[in-house]
Design a protein around this ligand. Structure first.
Ligand code: AMP
Ligand code: GLY
Length: 437
């Protein structure tokens, strides 16, 4: 169809490593017209796209709609959860302009953990058993009835940090104070979810959903804790390898049938036509996969590891997903594995050190088989690249085996130097594929 071959102008919303990886892949599409980015302060994005000169403010929708009209944006790709939860997709969808990312009603699955649990319970989706509280005293009374310390989660959006996995009952009770009274995660802590602690290993299963077709992407395993051997506080994610977490087709099929399909059906019954990424954060327990949380966007840094292996035209695929034509595109995966190592700044996840000059990015990016994505960097007044956030850079190695992908990622990551650099050394180290190596 000639119509399908026309170039498409894209607006990419978001400013982290996930968006840099998406921009890098979108740039490879022969159909890409102009690429506009909302966060050009990220040097990686600035190198690939033109700045959007309108505020991305959901309370000022006319300006951003006008920008899209004037620049003939055919596809809007929304990376982060906050604009999705605020309803940016609702505001920007228009005839001739597709939006990749769910409406606010769909994004609620991520933005309101208490509501998500209710939906999962009603749809019999396997998950950690738990209860929701708006009253700290009631939450504490419930915790005291438990045999083992439960996991305590702020119900709202907290950039992956609003989950406390206590070792003792005292810590579990303290978690209620931290989340609900001290409001360490702000308004996200207006209500809490208190749930059983599950044992097993984690998997991130992300699926493209066009409202009709589900395409499950290769599974990944994230490493949420800050320190080696899963120690320290929860973070947004310190590294990922792909494929990981689940590598057998039968378990993927089980996740699709028991988790993804009933969740999307429940959303549909609520009138939600979900288009974008449905991401199930799972614990693979001896009793099968159980949901820890849903996200309604690409994972960060899952996306970076996935894009390194994605072997299709990303623009076509995202456009097809947004326009209910996902069944028309073909997606392949490069063999065999990728590994993404997150480089963070001292103080992350609480109070990362910013403004610190970074060296060695070009040398790392020059390692064959490696991509370096900017997550929390910017240029200072002299043009030098400095730290500007908690997770600073993502180094992704791709190779013919996980061992090779890891070795490449770490070889490159070791070339990056700055004061206060923090990175885990064990990303992917416990993968079954490496057992015995
Ligand atoms: P979430 O944001 O809900 O995925 O939680 C962040 C991280 O906390 C997860 O990736 C797990 O490592 C841990 N976690 C959350 N819920 C549980 C649970 N019920 N049992 C054990 N670990 C959990
Ligand atoms: N890497 C976990 C997340 O994106 O929420």
């Amino acid at each position: 169809m000639t119509q399908n071959r026309e170039s498409v102008n894209v607006m990419l919303v978001g400013g982290g490593g996930r968006e840099h990886a998406l921009a890098w892949k979108l740039r490879q599409s022969p159909r890409l017209g102009n690429l506009f980015v909302t966060n050009p302060e990220n040097p990686g994005l600035a190198a690939l796209g033109r700045p959007v000169d309108a505020p991305i403010d959901i309370r000022a929708p006319f300006q951003i709609q006008r920008f899209c009209d004037k620049n003939r944006i055919g596809l809007v790709v929304i990376g982060p959860e906050e604009p999705l939860a605020a309803g940016l997709a609702d505001v920007l969808a228009a005839p001739g302009r597709a939006v990749f990312g769910p409406t606010a009603a769909g994004a609620r699955l991520e933005a309101d953990k208490a509501w998500a649990k209710q939906l999962m319970r009603a749809a019999s989706v396997p998950m950690a058993d738990g209860r929701t509280f708006t009253d700290p005293a009631a939450a504490k009374m419930y915790i005291e009835t438990r045999e083992d310390p439960p996991v305590v989660k702020a119900s709202g959006l907290a950039k992956g940090k609003g989950v406390i996995v206590p070792q003792t009952m005292a810590e579990a009770l303290d978690a209620i104070d931290r989340i609900m009274i001290k409001r360490e995660f702000g308004d996200a802590g207006r209500s809490v979810v208190v749930e059983e602690r599950l044992e097993g290993h984690e998997a991130s299963v992300l699926a493209l959903v066009d409202g009709r077709t589900i395409y499950v992407l290769e599974a990944c395993q994230d490493h949420k804790r800050l320190g080696d051997n899963d120690t320290g506080p929860n973070t947004g994610g310190m590294g990922v390898y792909c494929p990981g977490g689940i590598t057998d087709d039968a378990t993927i099929a089980q996740v699709q049938a028991e988790v993804l399909v009933p969740t999307l059906d429940a959303l549909r019954c609520d009138g939600v036509d979900f288009r974008g990424v449905l991401y199930a954060g799972l614990m693979i327990t001896p009793g099968g996969p159980k949901v820890l949380e849903f996200n309604t966007r690409f994972g960060d840094p899952e996306c970076q590891a996935l894009m390194a292996r994605f072997d299709a035209d990303l623009l076509e695929v995202l456009l097809a997903t947004a326009t209910r034509r996902l069944d028309e595109v073909e997606i392949n995966w490069k063999p065999a594995a990728s590994c993404c190592v997150v480089i963070a700044s001292e103080g992350y996840p609480v109070n990362p050190r910013t403004g610190v000059p970074i060296e060695g990015i070009d040398a790392a990016a020059a390692v064959p088989g490696v991509q370096v994505f900017h997550a929390g960097t910017k240029r200072d007044a002299t043009g030098a690249i400095v730290t500007a956030g908690g997770r600073v850079l993502n180094v992704v190695g791709a190779g013919d085996s996980l061992a090779e992908a890891r070795a490449l990622a770490y070889r490159a990551a070791d070339l990056i130097r700055f004061t206060g650099k923090v990175m885990r050394r064990d990303i992917g180290a416990r993968a079954p594929a490496l057992a015995g190596q």
